[in-house]
Write a protein that binds this ligand. Structure first.
Ligand SMILES: [Zn+2]
Length: 670
C-alpha cells in the first residue's frame, strides 16, 4: 500500500466510523468495516512511522483517545510575551516603535489567563476546505504536545475553515469559563474530592486529558489571537487577518486597533474595567504592532515574541485583620476552617474586584500553621487569576497560631486525624452536624428531590426528636397531628404538602436513592451508571469488589467505598428501614421488555441470520442489556453472525463467550 492509499483508507474508515458512532446510520456491514480496519492495521504494522493520532486505530467509540506525550515540534516557536507593569512603559515602547516606523499602528487585546494552543489547518481535497490537522500545546515553546483529539471537542475550534489557502496556522488561548470551573468544583465538593485551584490549572489539566470525552464534559473554550503562518495576505495586517477570520466564523480575542500611545493606554484601561464583568479570567492586556513585517525590528530576547508587550494589571490586594476562625463539620465529618476578618485600614469587609470579602477558607491545620493564622494577625488578601480570594502571607504575627480543637465542636466526641492527609474528621456516626447535612443531601434535588425539606427544617425536626436518620423522613406522617399542633413544619396545609412530597419521593428511580445514601465517590452520574447494571439496590448490595470494578468508569476506590458502605451494619439497618417504609428499590425498565439481560454488556458483529444490527441492539437494550461497539474485558457476550471479523478474534483472545443469534434469542425467551 502506498502512503497515498493509506491516507485514502483512513478517510474512508473515518467516514464510516462517524456514520456508525455519531450518526447511528452505518452504511456498510460490520464485516466490511472490520475488513477495512484490518487492512489499515496491516499497513500500520508495515509502516509504523505512518501512524498518527488521527488514525482510526487510535480512536475508540467515535471519540478519540489521545496518546500521552506525543511530541510536536512547532513550525513557528510559541514564545511568551514580555511583561510590563506601568502604563509609562507602554508609552515608551510605542514611542520607540514610532521612531523607526511612524506609520505603525497597534492592536490592544485581552490577555486571557489560560494556555496557548496552535492549530494547523491544511487544504483538504474531499471537502474543498481547510481541515484541522493538528493541535499542539505550547510545551517549552519549541516542542509541544499533540492534543488534536481534545481540541476537536472544544466548541470554538473549527474542524474546517472555508478558506482558499493551502495552509494556515493559528494560535489561540484555551480557557475555562467561571461557570464551568464552578460546576467542576461543586462536583468535587459533592464527591469529597480536592477542588481545582483556579480555572487556568483546570483548563491545562483538561486539555491534556487522555480521554476526550472528559475534556468535552468539563468544557473548554478558545479565543484565537494570532495568525502564526499562512499566505502573504494573512501576514500583513494583524487586525485585518483577525477580521477575516471573524467573517469565517472564528472566535477571536477582544481586540482594539490603536494609533497612538494615548489610544493604547485608553484601550488598556477599558479592558481593565471590563475585567470584573468577564465570564473568564484575564491577567493583562497585550499590545502588538499591527504591521506584522515591522515586528522583527523589535526583538525582546529569545524567549519573547518580537513586536509584542503585555501590560499586567496589578493584582488587587488588601491587608485584613483576623477576627475569628470558625470550625465547622462537613457532611462527611471533615472539619472545615473559615477565617473571618475585616479590612485593617477601613475596619469594614475588604473590597476586592468589585466584591465585599470578609471570609476565606483556611483549608486545614497545615495551612494554618504555614500561614501563621491566628486571631489578631494581619494578612494580605488578594484576588488575581483566581475567583476565590486567598490569604497571601502574614503581615503582622498573631499572639498565637490557631490550633484545631481535639473534640468535635458539635458532638464533643474525639476527632481523628486521617493518615496521609491533613484532614481532621469527626467519626461519630451519630454526630448531629453530620446528620443535618446527611439528611439535607438525601432530600436535595440530585437525590430524592423532596421539595420543602431543607436544612433549617431538618435541623428543627432533629431538635424535636423526629429525625435520627434519613429513613425517619418516611415516618413523619405517623406524627402528622403532633407536627401540626407544634407547628414544626407549619400549619395543616404546609404539613400535608410536605408529607405528600415525601410520599411521592418513594417512587423515585433507585439511582436517586443510591446517590442520596452519600457513599463516598458515588455522585449522581456514577449512581446512574451503576444502576444500569443492577435491577435493584438489593442486587447491588450483593455485588463484590470484582463485579463492581468490571463496570466501566468504576475504579477500585469507588468499588471499595460501595462495598464498605453496604457491609456496615448501621447502613444496612437504615436501608431496611427505607424498605419497610415503602421506598422503591427496583429499577423500572422500559415496558414490554424483560430484565433477562440485565447487567450484561453485549457486542454484536457480523451479519445475523434474521435480525438487522439495529434490531438486535434494540432487543438487547429492551431486555435490560447494554450494547457496546467494541469488545473488551468487560464484554459478557459477543453475538457473532456470518463473516464476523476482528471483533471475533478479539473476543477469542480475551476469552469472551461467543454466541449465535439463536442463543441470544433463547436467553431472552427462556
Ligand atoms: Zn461530631
Amino acid at each position: 500500500m502506498t502512503f497515498e492509499e493509506y491516507g485514502k483508507l483512513k478517510k474512508t474508515i473515518d467516514y464510516h466510523m462517524n456514520r456508525y458512532y455519531n450518526e447511528d446510520a452505518p452504511e456498510i456491514s460490520d464485516y466490511e468495516y472490520d475488513q477495512l480496519m484490518l487492512q489499515l492495521k496491516a499497513a500500520e504494522e508495515e509502516h509504523p512511522d505512518w501512524v498518527s493520532p488521527d488514525s482510526p486505530t487510535q480512536k475508540i467509540g467515535g471519540v478519540a483517545k489521545r496518546e500521552a506525550g506525543v511530541k510536536v515540534t512547532h513550525n513557528v516557536p510559541m514564545l511568551s510575551i514580555e511583561d510590563v507593569f506601568r502604563t509609562e512603559d507602554v508609552r515608551e515602547w510605542v514611542d520607540k516603535v514610532h521612531e523607526l516606523h511612524p506609520d505603525a499602528t497597534f492592536s490592544v487585546e485581552q490577555k486571557i489567563d489560560g494556555l496557548s494552543m496552535t492549530l494547523r489547518y491544511r487544504h483538504d481535497e474531499a471537502s474543498g476546505k481547510a481541515r484541522l490537522e493538528l493541535a499542539e500545546t505550547r510545551g517549552d515553546g519549541l516542542i509541544g504536545e499533540d492534543v488534536t483529539a481534545n481540541a476537536l471537542v472544544i466548541p470554538d475550534v473549527p474542524h474546517y475553515l472555508d478558506i482558499p489557502y493551502d495552509y494556515l496556522e493559528l494560535r489561540g488561548e484555551v480557557y475555562m469559563s467561571h461557570e464551568d470551573f464552578d460546576r467542576y468544583n461543586k462536583e468535587c465538593e459533592e464527591q469529597d474530592k480536592k477542588p481545582a485551584a483556579n480555572p487556568r490549572n483546570l483548563a491545562a489539566g483538561t486539555l491534556r486529558q487522555l480521554d476526550a470525552s472528559i475534556t468535552k464534559e468539563r468544557g473548554l473554550r478558545l479565543f484565537i489571537f494570532n495568525v502564526q503562518d499562512g499566505p502573504a495576505e494573512m501576514m500583513e495586517s494583524h487586525t485585518k487577518a483577525l477580521q477575516y477570520l471573524e467573517e469565517k466564523g472564528v472566535t477571536t480575542v477582544h481586540h482594539e486597533h490603536c494609533r497612538t500611545a494615548d489610544e493604547c493606554i485608553a484601550a488598556i484601561e477599558r479592558i481593565g474595567q471590563m475585567r470584573e464583568e468577564l465570564p473568564f479570567d484575564i491577567d493583562g492586556a497585550v499590545v502588538k504592532i499591527d504591521q506584522i513585517a515591522y515586528r522583527a525590528d523589535f526583538p525582546a530576547g529569545s524567549k519573547y515574541s518580537s513586536g509584542h508587550i503585555a501590560y499586567k494589571y496589578p493584582p488587587e490586594e488588601r491587608v485584613v485583620t483576623m477576627d475569628e476562625i470558625i470550625v465547622d463539620v462537613g457532611r462527611t465529618g471533615r472539619l472545615t476552617f473559615t477565617g473571618s476578618f475585616h479590612d485593617s485600614e477601613t475596619g469594614k469587609p475588604a473590597r476586592l474586584a468589585g466584591t465585599s470579602v470578609s471570609r476565606a477558607t483556611l483549608h486545614n491545620q497545615d495551612y494554618i500553621n504555614e500561614m501563621h493564622i491566628g486571631v489578631g494577625g494581619e494578612y494580605r488578601l488578594f484576588k488575581s487569576g483566581e475567583i476565590i480570594p486567598r490569604l497571601n502571607g502574614c503581615v503582622k504575627e498573631p499572639p498565637a497560631v490557631f490550633t484545631a480543637p481535639s473534640v468535635c465542636p458539635v458532638c464533643g466526641q474525639p476527632l481523628v486525624r486521617e493518615e496521609d492527609t491533613a484532614d481532621i474528621r469527626c467519626v461519630n456516626p451519630a454526630c448531629p452536624a453530620q446528620l443535618v447535612r446527611t439528611i439535607a443531601y438525601f432530600t436535595s434535588q440530585d437525590c430524592m428531590n423532596i421539595m420543602g425539606l431543607g436544612g433549617q427544617l431538618i435541623e428543627a425536626l432533629i431538635r424535636e426528636g423526629y429525625l435520627h436518620s434519613y429513613a425517619d423522613i418516611y415516618r413523619l406522617r405517623d406524627y402528622r397531628e403532633e407536627l401540626i399542633d407544634k407547628g414544626v413544619i407549619g400549619k395543616e396545609k404546609n404539613t400535608d404538602k410536605l408529607l405528600s412530597n415525601i410520599e411521592g419521593s418513594k417512587e423515585n428511580e433507585p439511582e436517586r436513592l443510591l446517590t442520596g445514601l452519600g457513599i463516598r465517590n458515588v455522585g449522581r452520574r456514577t449512581a446512574k451508571t451503576i444502576m444500569q447494571y443492577y435491577d435493584s439496590i438489593d442486587d447491588l448490595m450483593r455485588a463484590d469488589l470484582e463485579e463492581l470494578t468490571a463496570i466501566p468508569d468504576i475504579g477500585t476506590t469507588t468499588a471499595k467505598d460501595i462495598v464498605n458502605f453496604f457491609e456496615n451494619e448501621a447502613n444496612r439497618a437504615v436501608i431496611e428501614a427505607l424498605r419497610d417504609a415503602g421506598v422503591n428499590m427496583r429499577v423500572h425498565r422500559e415496558e414490554g421488555g424483560s430484565q433477562k439481560l440485565s447487567g450484561l454488556t453485549i457486542v454484536v458483529t457480523g451479519t445475523l441470520p434474521t435480525l438487522g444490527r439495529k434490531e438486535a441492539t434494540e432487543l438487547i437494550e429492551k431486555n435490560g442489556g447494554k450494547c457496546s461497539g467494541s469488545v473488551s474485558k468487560k464484554t459478557n457476550y459477543l453475538v457473532a453472525g456470518e463473516a464476523a471479523g476482528s471483533k471475533l478474534s478479539k473476543a477469542q483472545q480475551l476469552g469472551v463467550p461467543v454466541i449465535t443469534e439463536a442463543q441470544l434469542l433463547a436467553m431472552i425467551e427462556e
